[in-house]
Design a protein around this ligand. Structure first.
Ligand code: AHR
Length: 519
């Protein structure tokens, strides 16, 4: 049958279908990837997480009532632990956030019934019973098999208080604080290496100027001692978003020899307006576009902060520690405004994948990062409801990307097609790649365009025989996992990558994250 014999009406329908399916709009991208140019290691700690005494993250998320009928160790829920172990969580930051600068660690040790209570003034004014304290956090990290990253109190604490916390955690001999730890049931030192000296000292951590904080940092950092076997990785409180003056002042006044890392905090706010951030689940394409534009701003931030650090530290000794990042939306309607509980959609997964690609591509300087926050708060990996638990779309990204942890970074080059809405455009495609210790190459690709598929072609110089992959996508950007439909959005096998000679050809669907393995 010739197309001339097809009734006009059907022809139009077929053309609409072809156009709508993205077939006609497919674009070809040439990717250059030289695995022999593999460079630095992608520090596994880029894949770190953050758990604050905020809303239902610690209480209800990790730490539940004795009476809850669920597998537990002490009061730590083990379903959450198992899920995080599966993605190889490398480190967990605690106890805040803003909470850290009001937290007095001695209130959270010893017999629980005797611990004083406090008001969590930052987050909802709720009563904190201090049942989850230092020993409980270290027990959680040991179950997770991850590094603890503790943020000390500079804002309302003292140099002595922080110094004693380090002694309590890390000293192996006979001393007042080591004895106290032994008395609390832990004879061996915990050997906590990652140590934050304050949090957001420009804001909730004390509203300091960078000049004042840089002097304070030196006082606190001096007396937070390196006990035998545990040299500290001291991390200074860093800039808020594009506050380049903060980074400049810290690098100039403190310098590369006195800090291991300098932090950076940046959140993706869909509308860019902190008073009306936008919904986590109801947004149109324009708002999605703005969100992704705001997410991609991380590339500029990391580049510019790194360039300032390079001026003072060309050897890149000081790590850029992005210890708070992620999407921050309006709260789920009906929940406590101080608890920052938000749902998590395919859009969040695209944000996570894009941001992790940015970090991988800057892994010469970015060596720690922490998504905010692990359970039930902001861009969570896990949501809980009583004894139920679900994995969010963001969780699956960390599952797919775990192959980059401690692998060798491979630089890639390509020209991204534009994704345009109205008269604005952003790059549709972002990619990062690495080679693991067994020689397997992993490529993570993100297509932000919600309607155009992309064809990627890469000529690889390496010896490889097979390509396999996994994909995370869904019909709608707003798709989420709920307690009724907990695996609505999840990763599945990907079969649209093939080997033709030494060429890799990938058909990358719209609004998707794909991770390939070449062996
Ligand atoms: O992650 C929530 C809050 O955001 C943290 O407590 C604070 O550091 C930041 O402003």
């Amino acid at each position: 049958m010739s197309y001339k014999t097809i009734p006009k009406f059907f022809l139009i329908i077929i053309l609409i279908f072809i156009f709508d399916s993205g077939v006609m709009s497919q674009q070809i991208v040439q990717l250059s990837i030289n695995s022999n140019a593999a460079k630095n290691i992608i520090d596994r700690n880029i894949y770190g997480h953050f758990s604050e005494h905020l809303g239902r993250c610690i209480y209800d998320g990790f730490w539940v009532n004795d009476s809850m009928n669920i597998p537990k160790k002490d009061r730590i829920r083990l379903d959450v632990v198992e899920a995080l172990k599966k993605i190889k969580i490398p480190n967990l930051r605690w106890p805040g956030g803003c909470f850290a600068d009001e937290y007095h660690w001695r209130d959270g040790i010893g017999p629980r019934s005797q611990r004083p209570k406090m008001v969590n003034t930052n987050w909802g004014g709720v009563t904190e019973d201090n049942s989850f304290g230092t020993n409980e956090f270290l027990e959680l990290c040991s179950l997770l098999n991850c590094e603890p990253y503790i943020a000390g109190n500079v804002g309302s604490g003292t140099v002595e208080e922080m110094a004693k916390w380090v002694e309590y955690l890390n000293f192996d001999g006979e001393s007042p604080m080591a004895n106290l730890r032994k008395q609390n049931g832990h004879p061996q030192p915990y050997k906590v290496k990652y140590w934050g000296v304050g949090n957001e000292s420009w804001g909730c951590g004390g509203n300091m100027t960078p000049e004042f904080y840089s002097d304070q940092y030196k006082r606190y950092a001096t007396y937070a001692r390196n006990y035998p076997g545990t040299p500290l990785k001291r991390i200074a409180s860093g800039a808020n978003s594009a506050d380049y003056k903060w980074t400049e002042t810290m690098m100039k006044n403190v310098g590369a020899s006195r800090m291991w890392g300098l932090s950076l905090h940046y959140y993706t706010v869909p509308t860019g307006n902190w008073r009306k951030k936008g919904s986590a689940t109801a947004f149109d394409e324009k708002e999605y576009f703005n969100t992704m534009k705001n997410c991609l701003y991380m590339e500029e931030l990391v580049t510019k902060h790194s360039a300032i650090m390079d001026k003072y530290d060309s050897a890149k000794r000081v790590a850029l520690v992005v210890d708070e990042w992620g999407i921050w939306t309006d709260i789920e309607p009906g929940t406590n405004p101080g608890f920052l509980y938000q749902q998590n959609s395919l859009r969040d997964a695209l944000i996570a994948a894009t941001t992790l690609n940015i970090f991988n591509n800057h892994s010469d300087r970015v060596r720690v990062a922490n998504l905010a926050q692990t359970v039930n708060v902001l861009q969570a990996l896990i949501l809980t409801q009583g004894n139920k638990m679900l994995l969010t779309p963001t969780y699956y990204v960390f599952d797919l990307y775990k192959i980059h942890q401690d692998a060798k970074f491979i630089p890639v080059q390509f020209e991204s097609p534009d994704y345009s809405v109205g008269d604005q455009k952003i790059p549709a495609l972002n990619i990062s790649a690495s080679k693991d210790s067994l020689g397997a190459i992993h490529i993570s690709l993100v297509n932000l365009d919600p309607s155009k598929n992309l064809t990627i072609k890469a000529a690889l110089d390496d010896n490889w025989k097979t390509v396999t992959g996994q994909i995370l996508t869904s019909k709608n950007l707003t798709d989420i996992n709920t307690f009724d439909k907990p695996v609505n959005v999840k990763s599945t096998m990907f079969n649209k990558a093939k080997k033709e000679g030494n060429n890799l050809i990938v058909e990358l669907p719209a609004q998707s994250v794909v991770v390939l393995e070449l062996k």
